[in-house]
Design a protein around this ligand. Structure first.
Ligand SMILES: C[S@@+](CC[C@H](N)C(=O)[O-])C[C@H]1O[C@@H](n2cnc3c(N)ncnc32)[C@H](O)[C@@H]1O
Length: 311
């Protein structure tokens, strides 16, 4: 399904050193701390309004690569996260048709710091996805080569085999979305830990998924007690974990300290990204068609022929 939005022109706000702002702030007659009489929150001054628009222009951007995926509702957050984090190196474990990977790439392509985005997958499926056709890999490969050239690297191998391909201490953003058992996701996290840069961020998909055999939630519970984290509940859940103390301020303001409740900004962000993500989520399964059995009687044959109600 292609989302019901037209592709928009690439926005370049992300890489501007000095984002375009009104030369004279609209709100310079209203100090940022002035509260509207009906509100308990400070009013926004003109400068803030410009950054609100920058934010909306990022999260409402249309994905350039869209396929059916349980991940699609997290695309707005992915676009925002890259704009804030500006990773030089991203690694994704589990790429499938490329919805998450291409969202990262779309935003990374505008960051001067970006050096490589690595997607690791056997493209043979696992116990959760089942096997899938070869054209998923071939189509994604062609798209990445055409659109992102040297930035994107597709490694068709197991996550363990790919460990030899990435230098220790270099990964700024790791996205783990492979097999979803507790043992598998824990193995993926622990084996890739040495690859992380000191202030890396790690994403886990399916942290809110409680179906049988899914165990990401269990690992996520453990990690939330030890690290600063942000948890999204929509679209099977996405966990965001900060490894080191130094993350960009917009992300830091959303993180909970280990074992603590989320700050108010995180609750607002969860709602914002769920709303924008909902537009991109899979449509609900259509209800099964139930055919009513109609007795094959002469009366019904007559009713059918004369377009009267069947009995
Ligand atoms: C849930 S899908 C990834 C979804 C993807 N992130 C998206 O945006 O739609 C999981 C993928 O991980 C791959 N996978 C699982 N375990 C793996 C492993 N140990 N090594 C390589 N690939 C693996 C499967 O082939 C599958 O394509």
């Amino acid at each position: 399904m292609v989302p019901d939005r037209q592709f928009e022109a690439e926005r370049s706000v992300l890489d501007q050193d000095e984002p375009t702002r009104p030369s004279k702030p609209m709100g310079d007659t209203m100090p940022a701390t002035t509260a509207a009489p009906w509100s308990d929150k400070p009013a926004l001054a003109g400068q803030d309004m410009a950054s609100v628009w920058d934010l909306v222009s990022i999260v409402a951007e249309t994905p350039r690569w869209y396929r059916m995926s349980a991940w699609s509702g997290h695309v707005p957050f992915a676009l925002w996260l890259i704009s804030v984090l500006r990773p030089a190196t991203l690694v994704e474990l589990g790429t499938y048709s490329g919805v998450s990977f291409c969202a990262f790439l779309q935003a990374m392509a505008r960051c001067e710091r970006a050096r490589q985005a690595v997607a690791v997958d056997t493209w043979q499926g696992d116990e959760f996805t089942g096997s899938y056709p070869e054209h998923l890999y071939l189509g994604l490969k062609a798209h990445c080569e055409e659109q992102y050239g040297g930035l994107a690297r597709l490694l068709r191998m197991t996550f363990d085999e790919a460990l030899d391909e990435v230098a220790d201490g270099t990964v700024d953003l790791l996205h783990i979305d492979g097999s979803h058992t507790y043992e598998a996701v824990r193995h993926d996290f622990e084996t890739w830990l040495p690859k992380l840069a000191p202030n890396a961020v790690v994403l886990f998909h399916d942290v809110a998924e409680r179906r049988p055999r899914f165990g990401v939630w269990r690992l996520w519970d453990e990690l939330c007690g030890r690290h600063r984290t942000l948890t999204f509940e929509h679209c099977s859940g996405l966990g965001v974990l900060a490894i080191g103390p130094d993350v960009p301020a917009p992300l830091a303001s959303l993180l909970s300290d280990p074992g603590e409740r989320p700050p108010p900004a995180a609750l607002a962000a969860r709602r914002l990204f769920a709303v924008f993500g909902a537009e991109l989520q899979l449509p609900p399964e259509p209800p099964p068609v139930v055919r009513k059995r109609v007795p094959r009687t002469p009366a019904n044959l007559w009713a059918f022929l004369t377009k009267r109600p069947l009995v």
